[in-house]
Each structure stands twice: as structure tokens, then as C-alpha cells.
Design a protein around this ligand. Structure first.
Ligand code: ADP
Ligand code: MG
Length: 284
């Protein structure tokens, strides 16, 4: 195909030899299949900031480490330079996450660098060498659903052990290749320890996976991996090979105390009324 404008610098630099075709466009980016020497790769071209939708929302930004304090100060100002820095940090987040997760043993596409706002990465392919389908595109047997769910949960645990929460995990952001699920689309990944929304996002990610795989294996709908994993994480006991049960008893201590207080108040009130009635009867 004709080389898209944003990919031209990579072609000029010899990083990309040929642009083959465009994959279905997602919310935040255009993704192309390209040839680099004798390898097929993916080129993810991020839309410009003002064309992106929701993921750059404040909840994702909190706790992101900006290494250089001059940059950090600039980002916090509404200057043009500040906005440019913020934009670059956002784009770099996905590359950073991919390197970090690949090192932690999570199945993600292998990154090959980030040039001129374009992320070059491994093409996750099906058995014909074509771009692999997303979970949303496939139908699973109950056994496959349980197997894939287990693999995604294991990856989510490795991710959390590496300090990251995906933040937008769904059947649209997990591909399926012959070896199973591969997690993609990470520009919004959040820092598990430094972001107050991390627990809620983690819960949502894991719930999305339960709901999706639960369509094919309804027994999964009864599990609570999110609660179990987060409790282990918070108490410093989560390891990539932690044995999980899928069951978790939520600590409802506070709610129980309130309930007991209410019961006590109601009983006190009842007793007061009883005494009043007794007194009234005695006076009559
Ligand atoms: N490494 C990859 N290998 C194969 N297909 C990919 C790869 N990365 C992205 N895609 C395809 O491109 C689509 C959009 O990519 P994604 O990273 O999810 O960006 P968006 O933010 O636009 O959703 C995905 O749904 C998937 O079908
Ligand atoms: Mg996506």
C-alpha cells in the first residue's frame, strides 16, 4: 500500500521496508502490518492528543514516574512545552510497559523501539502468519475458556508483581495466537503502588476477563481472583507462582460493626418503649 505520512520517516530511515496493510483501527491508534527485512511487524501509530478519547484521563496519570524533574515541572505547567512533554511521556508509557512486562515473563508483543511517535513491535500472528484475532473474535469451548482464563490471570499476576496494572484489559485488548492469549494495548498502564485508582482498575480488568470467559465457562463467574490477588499483593505476599484458589472472603468487618450498632440501638429503643408502656400502665 501507499506509505502513510506518519510512517514515511521510518521508511526513510530504513527501519521499515514496506507497509503491507492496515489492521482494524482501534480507539487510540492506527495499526499497520509492515515488513522489516524478512520479518513482519506491527507499526502502531498513535493518534494526536486531541483526537484520542478517554485514556489520557487523570486517573491514569497519577503516580507516573517522570524521571527528570525539569520535565516534571514542565508537565505540571500548561505551557506548550509542558503539553509536549506530557504527550511524549504518554506515548513512551506503552514502550516502557512492553519492555518491563516482556522481562517479567508476561506474554506481550516483543517491542522493537519507538520512533517518531510510532511503536514497532512483533506481529502477533495466527497459524497462517496473519494478524491474530482478538478474544472478541473467537468462540471457545469451556475447556479452552478455563485454560485461557488461567493464563491471563497468571499474566496479570506477573504484571502486578512487576508493579503494573493494565487499566484497559478487555476482550478487545487480548489477542489469541496458537499458544494462547497475548496482552496488548498498554499506553494507559498504571503504577500499582503509586496510583490510588490502581485497585479499582485492577478489579475492573480482572472482572472483564471473568465476564468474558464466563460466557463460555459459567463456573468462572463464581470466582473472585481480583480480591484474592489484590489482598496478597497488598500484604506483600504475591509472587509470580503464588497458588491461587479463585475464592476470597471479602472482609466486611466495618459493615458488620455498623450492623451490630444498629441492632443495639434498635434493642435499646424497644426496651425504652417497653418501660414507658409499663410506667403508663402502672400510673393508670
Ligand atoms: N502486536 C500486534 N499484533 C497483531 N495485531 C495487533 C498488534 N497490536 C495491535 N494489533 C491490532 O490492532 C488493534 C488496535 O491496537 P491497540 O493496541 O489495541 O490500539 P487501540 O488503542 O487503538 O485500541 C488491536 O485490536 C489488534 O487487532
Ligand atoms: Mg485496543
Amino acid at each position: 500500500m501507499k506509505v502513510p505520512k506518519r510512517l514515511q520517516p521510518l521508511v526513510d530511515d530504513g527501519l521499515v521496508d514496506e507497509v503491507l496493510y492496515q489492521l482494524m483501527s482501534g480507539k487510540e491508534a492506527q495499526v499497520y502490518v509492515v515488513r522489516c527485512a524478512n520479518q513482519l511487524r506491527c507499526a502502531k501509530v498513535f493518534k494526536e492528543a486531541q483526537k484520542r478519547s478517554f485514556k489520557q484521563a487523570v486517573e491514569y496519570q497519577e503516580g507516573r514516574k517522570v524521571r527528570n524533574s525539569r520535565r516534571a515541572r514542565a508537565m505540571s505547567r500548561k505551557t506548550k512545552y509542558g503539553q509536549k512533554e506530557q504527550e511524549d511521556a504518554w506515548l513512551n508509557a506503552e514502550v516502557d510497559a512492553l519492555y518491563r512486562l516482556a522481562a517479567a515473563g508476561v506474554r506481550v508483543p516483543e517491542p522493537f523501539g519507538f520512533v517518531d511517535g510510532v511503536l514497532l513491535m512483533e506481529l502477533v500472528a495466527d497459524s497462517n502468519g496473519e494478524a491474530a484475532p482478538r478474544l472478541d473474535d473467537v468462540t471457545l469451548t469451556p475447556e479452552q475458556a478455563r485454560d485461557y482464563h488461567g493464563k491471563v490471570i497468571a499474566d496479570v499476576v506477573r504484571m502486578l508483581c512487576a508493579g503494573l496494572v493494565h487499566g484497559d484489559l478487555s476482550e478487545f485488548n487480548v489477542l489469541v495466537d496458537p499458544e494462547g492469549p497475548v496482552i496488548i494495548d498498554l499506553p494507559q498502564a498504571v503504577n500499582a503502588a503509586g496510583n490510588n485508582n490502581a485497585e479499582r482498575m485492577f478489579q475492573r480488568d480482572v472482572d472483564n476477563m471473568r465476564r468474558y470467559f464466563g460466557r463460555f465457562a459459567p463456573d468462572l463467574l463464581e470466582t473472585d481472583y481480583a480480591g484474592e490477588i489484590w489482598a496478597l499483593y497488598e500484604s506483600g505476599r504475591l509472587h509470580p507462582d503464588s497458588k491461587l484458589t479463585g475464592h476470597f472472603v471479602r472482609d466486611e468487618g466495618i459493615a458488620d460493626v455498623n450492623e451490630v450498632m444498629e441492632v443495639i440501638a434498635a434493642a435499646t429503643e424497644e426496651e425504652r418503649e417497653r418501660l414507658e408502656r409499663q410506667q403508663d400502665a402502672e400510673e393508670d
